[in-house]
Design a protein around this ligand. Structure first.
Ligand SMILES: Cc1cc2nc3c(=O)[nH]c(=O)nc-3n(C[C@H](O)[C@H](O)[C@H](O)COP(=O)(O)OP(=O)(O)OC[C@H]3O[C@@H](n4cnc5c(N)ncnc54)[C@H](O)[C@@H]3O)c2cc1C
Length: 307
């Protein structure tokens, strides 16, 4: 089947495990030359610095991250995100770099016969069309949520990215701010993620991850939350909450964090923090339900962290 729209000639695309790319090749959405990085030496695996920093190679599989006991002990939010992602088959193949850089799951984008901003078009057909799975924080011209579960978890841990062109990039610099409707990340053409560093965990911190999903597995979440907290003497001393599935980029829920900082770990404070999770949201006609999901996820995770 030939594509009904003209897709601009792209630069070469990297292929890691190909779990995202192959589908776009089959449908004709990806047509340019490929650079196969799957066999890049020393690009997979988890290494640890003496100070407890984890350095994760971009070709490390999601399954490796899901089952690594040291990773789970240091960064439980990252490990739990990996454990719940996709299916066992996908997790065994899919790489962390490919997960961060995967393209949007929007059904208009994935349909080779429909034009959209990500294919050089002039508008987002989902905005006035069916956007049931779209954003609830409408931060840019494209209303598709960012697809990467791992990126949302890495944001909670202040992950630092090294590419073949730059080092010391914070994960949010790699993801962008969602205002570029044509892009799913802010990597330059030809820029390859090489590794991801996670700073040492804080003393006494705990973390949890939870997703709301329309079927039990093998699906991207409608909303997902990763929460970290240090609670001492009955009060939140450090809180970091990030959300995926609700905006064109993973979000830090700063209003919730602010409510919790140095506040008692009480049911009332947690309920208020959960309400604040939707601060700044501007849902589309079909996506207000995501704010209820978001609030419920935040409340559930905080109650469990405080228990
Ligand atoms: C049924 C199903 C359910 C899924 N559920 C989820 C989910 O819940 N959450 C989630 O996050 N994902 C989910 N996924 C997506 C899956 O996690 C991604 O397809 C996978 O992580 C991509 O990794 P890959 O190595 O196969 O990347 P590839 O398909 O090889 O590449 C994906 C993109 O990333 C680019 N790329 C790859 N490696 C790099 C690199 N090192 N630097 C720069 N660019 C790079 C490629 O050029 C390409 O554009 C699901 C997939 C399926 C099929």
């Amino acid at each position: 089947m030939t594509s009904a729209i003209s897709i601009p000639a792209p630069p070469a695309e990297f292929r890691a495990a190909g779990t995202d790319l192959s589908e776009r090749r089959r449908s004709g959405l990806s047509q340019g030359p490929l650079i196969d990085i799957a066999a890049t030496p020393n690009a997979a695996g988890i290494e640890w610095d003496a100070n407890g920093t984890a350095r994760i190679g971009a070709l490390t599989t999601i399954e490796t991250m899901a089952i690594d006991l040291r990773l789970a002990a240091a960064y439980p939010g990252v490990a739990a995100s990996a454990q719940e992602l996709a299916t066992p088959q996908i997790r065994h193949l899919a790489t962390l770099g490919g997960n961060i850089a995967q393209r949007s799951r929007c059904w208009y984008f994935r349909n080779p016969h429909i034009d959209c901003l990500k294919k050089g078009g002039s508008d987002c057909p989902s905005r006035d069309g069916n956007h049931l799975y779209g954003v609830a924080f409408d931060l840019g011209p494209c209303v598709a949520p960012h697809p990467s579960t791992m990126a949302a978890a890495l944001l909670a841990y202040d992950a630092e990215i090294t590419t073949n062109q730059r080092s010391g990039l914070m994960i949010d610099e790699v993801l962008g701010d969602g205002s570029d409707g044509a892009a799913d990340h802010a990597l330059a053409p030809g820029e390859m993620i090489e590794r991801i560093a996670l700073p040492p965990p804080l003393r006494g911190e705990r973390a949890l991850y939870k997703r709301a999903i329309s079927r039990s597995y093998a699906e991207w979440p409608l909303a997902e939350v990763c929460a970290r907290a240090v609670i001492t003497d009955g009060a939140f001393r450090f809180v970091r909450i990030t959300a995926g599935g609700v905006a064109p980029v993973p979000l830090r829920l700063s209003a919730s964090e602010t409510i919790l900082q140095d506040a008692p770990a009480s049911a009332a404070i947690i309920a208020e923090a959960a309400r604040q999770a939707s601060k700044g949201a501007n849902p589309l006609p079909m996506t207000a339900y995501k704010l209820d999901l978001l609030s419920g996820l935040v409340r559930d995770l905080l109650e469990r962290l405080a228990a």
